[in-house]
Design a protein around this ligand. Structure first.
Ligand SMILES: [Zn+2]
Length: 239
């Protein structure tokens, strides 16, 4: 809004229809920029998120679990490789599979909140409904872990001013990513593996999904590749 007001002052010299035209253009540009910022968590448009780790390391993060089929297979691969990761769990699934929540924690991985419902329209929730949804996931996770969860990853990477307020109120830190695997989109396992290998660099937070079978298939060789590049694996939160 400040930008719109600033712009209004800027186009002050104009008058009549010309002023209206410039003001309309300004509002359209602002709306497009705000929508773009909402869908690009890396821009930190509405709230600051963590997107990177130290330069010689990567952080594997898994969203949308726990899943009774794929999450145990992911855990087994990580365990065999001696690697820890971070899981951003959906509260509704955590409530259904509490043993998996406890297993993830017991095996030394980080756990974060990924909302309770993960509804497609969560980006349009009002502030009270958003607080209730995220707070409910917090309660489910805390019940199983015996401690509060400090991290949150916005579903679909969408942020807005309401998220900023709710996360502050609930004491949650937003975690983004710097390498998106697109493992929910790329169906071909070879293409997914090639994308991960070609894009990974030290410092990346890698977005994966433990609910996707293709991710299970490519994970072990990807870890071997990262180790061959002398990359360490870290879990979140970092200090
Ligand atoms: Zn998600």
């Amino acid at each position: 809004m400040a930008v719109v007001l600033g712009g209004f002052l800027l186009i002050g010299p104009f008058s009549g229809p010309e002023k209206l035209l410039w003001l309309t253009l300004l509002i359209i540009c602002w709306t497009i920029a705000a929508a773009y910022g909402s869908y690009r968590i890396g821009l930190d448009w509405y709230l600051k998120s963590v997107h990177r780790v130290e330069a010689n390391a990567i952080a594997l993060t898994f969203d949308d679990g726990p899943d009774p089929d794929t999450t145990p297979r992911i855990l087994s691969i990580l365990n065999d490789a001696g690697v820890t990761a971070t899981f951003f769990l959906i509260g509704e699934k955590a409530e259904k599979y509490p043993d998996l929540v406890r297993q993830i924690a017991r095996e030394g991985h980080g756990i974060g909140n990924h909302s309770f419902s993960h509804r497609k329209d969560i980006g349009f929730f009002g502030i009270d409904r958003l607080r209730e949804d995220i707070g409910k996931a917090n309660r489910v996770l805390e019940l199983n872990l015996g401690r509060p969860v400090p991290l949150f990853r916005p579903p679909f990477g969408v942020t807005n001013p309401r998220y900023a307020k709710v996360l502050t109120a609930l004491g949650l830190r937003s975690i983004g990513w710097s390498l998106r695997s697109y493992d929910t989109v790329i169906k071909n396992e070879e293409k997914l593996a090639a994308r991960l290998r070609s894009k990974v660099r030290g410092g990346h937070i890698v977005l994966l999904h433990d609910s996707v079978p293709a991710t299970v298939s490519v994970l072990a060789p990807f870890i071997v590749y990262c180790k061959s590049r002398q990359l360490d694996f870290v879990k979140l939160p970092l200090s």
